[in-house]
Design a protein around this ligand. Sequence first.
Ligand code: ATP
Length: 229
Amino acid sequence: MSDVAPVLRAAGLTKTYPSGDKTLGVLSGVDLAVAAGETLSIRGESGSGKSTLLNLLAGLDRPDAGELFWGADAAHRLSLGELTARRGRFLGMVFQAYYLIPEIDASANVLMAARLVGRVGDAERERASTLLRRVGLGERGHHLPSQLSGGERQRVAVARALMNRPQVILADEPTGNLDERTGDEVISLLLEVCAEERTALVLVTHNPAHAARAARRFALHNGELGAVA
Ligand SMILES: Nc1ncnc2c1ncn2[C@@H]1O[C@H](COP(=O)(O)OP(=O)(O)OP(=O)(O)O)[C@@H](O)[C@H]1O
């Protein structure tokens, strides 16, 4: 971590789920601070709580206890409605399953991020086409997701995640549906564009080689997040 104030900070995040008449402890006091433009990876066995942690950081779910700061904002004090209103500008997300809207083309999918937070004008259209060119899909903006390969769909999702110039991108197994070479290319692209845009990246991955490419590396084990070499 640098001296710069973190763009994303979590302290003591704790999460349990009800499991029959018992309680399943998933996260037991996770601390994390991400600086502007920093890249960070999180590994962990299946079921260790990686997606749970990412969902808490994204404000998609609530911790049982702990604090979450989006920049200087105490996100843990915001309602789910307020979190939704702010999320679209503060962070971008990339998921294993792409989650593109099938009925609209690649360009409209990227622009959807802007549409959700405000009006779409020339500046937004220009940004979307610049991003599509940047991810290597300058000629594919009018193609529907079904007309794109998995790797191309994930590139659209990367462009969409960056559309509103977020402070942070949270990526949950972004290569999980891709073959090895395509996955490597998507990770390279993600790292490059985040560096260019000075967007921090939190990458959850099973892939040790991908995890190793982040500047700081962590693993979740027994509900705790620890630094790894
Ligand atoms: N809504 C829920 N209700 C009850 N249990 C849940 C819920 N969501 C997740 N869990 C449980 O919490 C634990 C952590 O799940 P999570 O999806 O965060 O793990 P993960 O590390 O992302 O796993 P994977 O690598 O397989 O995606 C698992 O045991 C899971 O079954």
